[in-house]
Every structure is written in structure tokens, then in C-alpha cells.
Design a protein around this ligand. Structure first.
Ligand SMILES: Nc1ncnc2c1ncn2[C@@H]1O[C@H](COP(=O)(O)OP(=O)(O)OP(=O)(O)O)[C@@H](O)[C@H]1O
Length: 702
């Protein structure tokens, strides 16, 4: 060890020699003390280099000022050139250096304390900055929302507009409709007034009319941006049937057809010019020649308005985000005097604000109809583990309650659609299947057979959704849970579009949650949205409509009535709040114990262990099997997942992804700090004690 400084190399003296310096002990000591931040080696290396490049006196060491906390020069040693001068032979210098060292140590401690305080302050300020920034965003959103609300206060329903007479004429003569539905006239008047507008109306509410009718009352073309080719085909076909000129351009439109349509729109005779042009968002985002065509058309006042169908696709908070939709933000600037109308059935306030931002329509008019579909009955039923039992139950339902009625069964995978439809056919139900892997011909054949009533039910993936406009769908059954409440609302919304009563039944099984979580976890908002759906399915007592209204920030006041059109309102149950903290601790312990045994637990493995099954080494003797049913306990664990106490850990194999359960550290910290987890459970009504009665003289239970 080299003197007192802690240098363990012991090579300062040979290095000093090599640098041409003869050092007395006192100088070595002092250097070690005052230059504690340097190892001796570093110091002499730098010195050697310095000496090599200068003719300095070997008795005088010129120490380069280091950018460190102990570098303040003293008046006695400071050279005019800014370098400290250390006289290695001077004892008085030695003493003063000792004093200055103590001073430096004190200063260092003070500086360190100050630094700590400043760091704390910075952290506090950063937190404040981020909370102020999010409040700022919230306030600007609220201000814009207020702007939207005040625009919505204006009376748009009037019939005093210059176009009012013509609007009614077109409604009756072209569309053969006698009366407007809620918000249709307001939306039509607003867009004809050149007001930018976002229209939120329930599925089947009649949104299409709100841009189709104005298209016939305005000069120029209405450009409709739509996410699906099948949706465009359907609309073009319907419009042509009504005698309205409509065209569509997609990525697969042939070059000649493309030119024909463009020429017709820009140069065709007025009587032959189409009034509506349907395009996919990709057409705008990826086709410069089409954008140039639109700009030329605009210069010639040829664009009446732009309608963006399924506008929630702009936002990744919406349920089917499409990156090409984000390109549509340029439209507001490029065609500044052309009114834009965005339409959707599923948008919470968050999605609306997001869409407004992306499309540059901040503060525009928002017309929002209630989400409630009063004619739809919502029910969640437990799903049996055995497929055969489920098929029996549903076949019974279709041949009794839904006999002669038309409906849809939504399934999670392509394989499921085919297996379930086959299973139903074996039980004499006229069932077909529909999914994205079928050829367009086969898909269209299945769709047509169902439309014509040759199939009672179509078992489909969500590929069968947007644009399905069969009015008399009396039931929509979900074989497993949907990816989000938005998806469920859309899919179940295919029922009862004629306004008559229809049933939406969802079969829930906890295991299905994990089939979906492994599919959606890579999406930015996938798991969060799925957890909302999980909470919807496991909700024990609350009205289903109220849950949906809350999700979409819709108003559902005390006076609002479901009219017994959901399972919870039809069969109200009493409930109680229970403390489930101990169950969470058990779950954490089982997961931790398994990890200590190098095993990760899937939900199924966890429940097996909890109920005393599975590998004995992974069981914990002091955790007794729950006294409640597995279904009850699954709902409790579902609550832990929805509330973030339990997280998932996704692991890939070559063919699949597995979800394992893991402890959320933040959840553990909360429990450590004494937090109690509480949840609401339904309380089974006590059976009234059966009065005894007498049959043939014997006492029997009634
Ligand atoms: N005022 C009206 N009176 C009667 N029928 C109408 C009226 N407006 C629209 N419809 C009909 O209602 C059905 C649903 O309309 P539309 O397809 O526009 O719904 P949507 O709001 O776009 O629904 P989704 O979001 O599910 O596609 C159509 O068959 C349409 O002809």
C-alpha cells in the first residue's frame, strides 16, 4: 500500500522517477492526501507526459487544474496562467494544505448535501411538471369539448335552411324514407352548413344517410373514406339500386377503370357525374397521383365534402386502429374549405378527442346519440368446459327459443367457427361458417345463404361484422369474450337493426381470457381494453347497459331504466363487499413458491395447486383450498388482473404464446403498506325453507 491515500499500486515513486522528479516523502504524502480523487498512477502518468513536453524545473511540480470539487486554487499558490504551484519542500505549505484539505472536505460535505436537496427538488418539480402538463392537456381537451358542446347547443334540427325543402324531397323520393331518425337531420344540416362534424351514433342508427343524402343536395362529389372493400361494395350497390351515381377506387381497381372513373368525375357530363366516390384510406396515404387528382378537383370546386366512415380507426384507443387513417390529418389543411364529417358507432370521449387531434378538427361539432340500444337484451352466461355440452345447450336454444329466427355466433378462431358450425349441423341446425381465410366466393356464398334464410345461423370470426346490415337478426351469441367493450358493442350491435327485440348472449369462461390476452398483448392498448371486457363479464350485479354507458362516457342517470333488458336487471341479486386481500396474498405466495422451484404458473396451474391438485412440491400446506367454488375464485383472480395486482408474463414457443401469472411489484408494495383489496360479490339468495306438505298421508318437502 502506498502511503495514506489508499493507492494500492505502490508505483508512484518509480513513475515519479521516470518522470524526472525526485520526491521527498512529505511531498508524496501531501499529494496523496490532496489528490485523493486521483490514483497516484493517473497523476504521475499525466505528469510524465507534461514533463516530456516542457522544460519545467524538476523541483517544481506544475499540477494541471483538474475539473473536480477540490480544485479551488489558494491565493498563495495560484499562478497568473491559472495553474497551481506546489512547492514540494515547504513545511508551511504542508500545513496550509492540511487546513485547506479540511476546508475542502467540509465544503464537499456541504456541496453534497446541497446537491441531494437540489436533486430532490428537481424530482419534485419534474413530478409537478408532468402533473401540470397532463392537467394542461386535460383543460385544453375540456375547453375543446366545451367548444364542441356549445356548437352542439345550436339548433340544427330546423327546417328553415335554404336546402330544407330539397332535403325532405330526396329523403322521400330517393331513399324512400318517411322520417329522420334521432340526430340524422341535425347532422345533415350541419354538414350542409359546411360545419366540420363528428357523428357518434349506435350501430344500425343510420349514419350512412347523413353523408349520402347531403351528397345529392350539393354540387361536386362526396369523397367517402371507408376501411373495408366489402363495405364500399355494399354501399355502392345499394346506392345504384336507388339510382344514385356512386363509384369506388381501391388498390385492386384496374388502371383503365381508374382512369375511366377519374375522367367521369372531372370531365363527365353533369348528369352522369357520380355523386359519391368511395376510397380506402390507403388510396390517399400511398397514392400521390390520386392526391394530385383530388387537388385539381378541389381547385375546380369539385369536392363537396369528405366523409370518413368508422373514424375511430384513426385512434389506437379505438378498437380497430388503421395506421393509414392517421394520414387523413392532412385533409383539413389541403382542402381547407371542404367540410369533413367523421362517423362512428363506438367512440368514448377519449377516442373522440384523439380523433379530433389526429384529423386537425379540434373543437369541431360533435353529435353524439346515446349508445343505448333499448331493444337489445344483454346476458352473460357461464360457459361449460366441455365443447359438446356447449353445443347441446346452444342447439337447444336455436331449436326452441330462436326457432325459425336468424342469428350470428361469433367465435374466436377460424378453427372454432368450422368446428362449432359442424357440431351444430350434427344437431340439425342449419349453420354455416364465415372467416377471412375463405375465398371471396365461398364467403359471399355463405353470406348470401344466410341473408336469404337458407342458414339459420352463421358462425363467424369478427371478419363478419362491419357492413352486415340484415335487419332481422334476432340473436347474436358470443362463444367467447370479445377483445374489448368496443368490439363487443359493434358485434352484438348486428342484432335487432329493425328496432325489434333481439338477444345478445355472451358465454364467458375465465380460460378464454388467456386465449385472447396472448393475441392482443403486443398491441399498445390491447391488454387494457381486454381487462375492461373481463370486468364487464365478471361484474356480479350492475346493469349491463350502465356498464357500457360508463365505458363510452355516456350519461346513465338514476332515472334511466334498462327495463329488465339485461340479465342483472331481470334477476336482481343482492350483493356485498368482501375483503379479498388474503386471497391475493395466497396467489402471490403460490406464484413465488413455484418460481423458487423454477416453475412459472399458468392460471390453470395456479387454481389446481390452490385446490390441492397439481405437483405436490408446488403446493403450500398452509394455504388451504378455497371454500368457494372455482368459478367464484376465478372471478376474484379476474379482479386482481383487472386491478393490476396480478400481471401476465408472455412466453413464446415455436408455435404458440403462453401466458403465465406474475406478481405486480407495485401491487406487492401496496399490500406491504397495508392496502386492503375489496370487491363486490353477488350473494346467493337463501332458499326459503320449503314448507312441508302431506302427500298420501306422508310428510314431504314441497
Ligand atoms: N330514417 C330512417 N328510417 C328508416 N330506416 C333508416 C333510416 N335511416 C337509416 N335507415 C336504415 O337503417 C339501416 C342502418 O343504417 P346504416 O347502415 O346507415 O347504419 P349505420 O349507422 O351505418 O350502422 P353501422 O355502424 O352498424 O354500420 C339501413 O338499412 C338504413 O337504410
Amino acid at each position: 500500500m502506498c502511503v495514506k491515500s489508499g493507492c494500492d499500486r505502490g508505483d508512484c515513486r518509480p513513475l515519479a522517477k521516470e518522470a524526472g522528479i525526485i520526491l521527498p516523502n512529505s511531498a508524496i504524502n501531501r499529494l496523496h492526501r490532496t489528490l485523493a480523487y486521483l490514483t497516484c498512477t493517473r497523476f504521475f502518468h499525466s505528469l510524465r507526459q507534461k514533463n516530456m513536453s516542457s522544460d519545467s524545473d524538476s523541483d517544481v511540480l506544475e499540477v494541471e487544474q483538474q475539473p473536480t470539487r477540490s480544485s479551488a486554487p489558494t491565493a498563495s499558490t495560484a499562478k497568473p496562467n491559472g495553474h497551481d504551484v506546489v512547492d514540494v519542500d515547504s513545511d508551511s505549505n504542508d500545513r496550509s494544505a492540511n487546513q485547506s484539505e479540511q476546508g475542502l472536505v467540509r465544503e464537499l460535505a456541504r456541496v453534497e448535501d446541497e446537491l441531494k436537496a437540489v436533486t430532490k427538488q428537481i424530482l419534485r418539480l419534474k413530478q409537478k411538471q408532468s402533473s401540470l402538463a397532463s392537467r394542461q392537456e386535460q383543460i385544453s381537451q375540456e375547453l375543446l369539448l366545451n367548444q364542441s358542446k356549445s356548437l352542439a347547443q345550436k339548433d340544427w334540427t330546423g327546417t328553415h335552411f335554404e336546402w330544407s325543402g330539397r332535403v325532405r324531397e330526396v329523403l322521400q323520393d330517393v331513399f324512400k324514407i318517411s322520417e329522420f331518425r334521432h340526430l340524422q337531420l341535425s347532422a345533415i344540416n350541419a354538414t350542409l352548413s359546411k360545419q366540420d362534424l363528428i357523428l357518434v351514433m349506435p350501430t344500425g342508427g343510420g349514419k350512412s344517410l347523413c353523408y349520402q343524402l347531403p351528397a345529392l343536395v350539393s354540387q361536386g362529389i362526396t369523397l367517402v373514406i371507408s376501411p373495408l372493400i366489402s363495405l364500399m361494395e355494399d354501399q355502392v350497390m345499394q346506392l345504384r339500386k336507388l339510382g344514385v351515381g356512386a363509384e369506388m377506387l381501391t388498390g385492386s381497381t384496374k388502371r383503365e377503370e381508374n382512369t375511366r372513373i377519374k375522367n367521369l368525375i372531372s370531365k363527365g357530363p353533369a348528369s352522369e357525374k357520380p355523386k359519391l366516390l368511395f376510397v380506402a384510406p390507403e388510396k390517399l396515404a400511398k397514392n400521390k397521383s390520386f392526391m394530385s387528382f383530388l387537388q385539381n378537383l378541389h381547385r375546380a370546386n369539385g369536392i363537396a365534402r369528405i366523409a370518413i366512415d368508422e373514424v375511430h380507426c384513426c385512434s389506437d384507443w379505438g378498437h380497430d386502429f388503421r395506421p393509414d387513417y392517421t394520414f387523413l390529418g392532412v385533409l383539413r389543411d389541403l382542402f381547407s374549405d371542404v367540410p369533413i364529417i367523421g362517423l362512428t358507432a363506438t367512440a368514448s370521449n377519449k377516442v373522440i378527442a384523439d380523433v379530433q387531434k389526429i384529423l386537425n378538427l379540434q373543437g369541431c361539432l360533435v353529435l353524439k346519440a346515446p349508445f343505448n340500444r333499448p331493444n337489445l337484451y344483454y346476458e352473460v352466461r357461464p360457459k361449460t368446459a366441455v365443447q359438446k355440452d356447449w353445443l347441446e345447450e346452444v342447439a337447444d336454444l336455436l331449436s326452441a327459443e330462436f326457432k325459425g329466427q336468424s342469428g350470428i355466433i361469433y367465435a374466436l378462431s377460424i378453427k372454432d367457427t368450422e368446428e362449432l358450425a359442424t357440431g351444430l349441423r350434427e344437431r340439425n341446425i342449419k349453420a354455416g361458417w364465415y372467416h377471412a381465410s375463405m375465398s371471396p366466393e365461398l364467403r359471399s356464398k355463405a353470406h348470401t345463404k344466410w341473408l336469404e334464410g337458407k342458414l339459420q345461423v352463421i358462425v363467424a370470426t369478427t371478419a363478419f361484422g362491419l357492413g352486415i346490415d340484415k335487419p332481422d337478426v334476432r340473436f347474436v351469441i358470443h362463444h367467447s369474450i370479445s377483445k374489448s367493450i368496443e368490439n363487443y358493442y359493434q358485434e352484438s350491435g348486428r342484432a335487432g337493426r329493425d328496432g325489434r327485440k333481439a338477444k345478445c348472449i355472451l358465454y364467458y369462461r375465465f380460460a378464454d381470457y388467456f386465449r385472447l390476452s396472448t393475441l392482443v398483448f403486443a398491441q399498445q392498448t390491447g391488454l387494457q381494453k381486454l381487462s375492461h371486457m373481463l370486468a364487464y363479464c365478471t361484474e356480479p350485479i350492475k346493469c349491463r347497459r350502465e356498464l357500457v354507458a360508463e365505458h363510452f362516457s355516456d350519461t346513465w342517470g338514476q332515472g334511466d331504466d334498462c327495463k329488465s333488458m339485461c340479465d342483472h336487471c331481470r334477476r336482481p341479486r343482492s350483493s356485498e363487499q368482501v375483503d379479498v386481500t388474503k386471497h391475493c396474498i395466497s396467489v402471490y405466495r403460490l406464484i413465488r413458491n413455484a418460481l423458487e422451484n423454477e416453475t412459472k404458473l399458468t392460471a390453470n396451474m395456479l387454481f389446481d395447486l390452490w385446490y390441492g391438485k397439481g405437483k405436490p412440491a408446488l403446493r403450500l400446506k398452509d394455504i388451504p383450498a378455497p371454500t368457494h367454488s372455482r368459478e367464484y375464485m376465478e372471478n376474484i383472480v379476474a379482479h386482481f388482473i383487472s386491478e393490476g395486482f396480478v400481471k401476465e408474463d408472455f412466453n413464446f414457443t415455436a408455435y404458440s404464446t403462453t401466458s403465465y401469472l406474475k406478481i405486480n411489484t407495485a401491487g406487492q408494495q401496496k399490500l406491504d403498506a397495508g392496502y386492503r383489496i375489496k370487491t363486490i360479490v353477488a350473494v346467493k339468495a337463501k332458499r326459503p325453507s320449503s314448507p312441508a306438505c302431506e302427500v298420501n298421508g306422508k310428510k314431504m318437502k314441497a
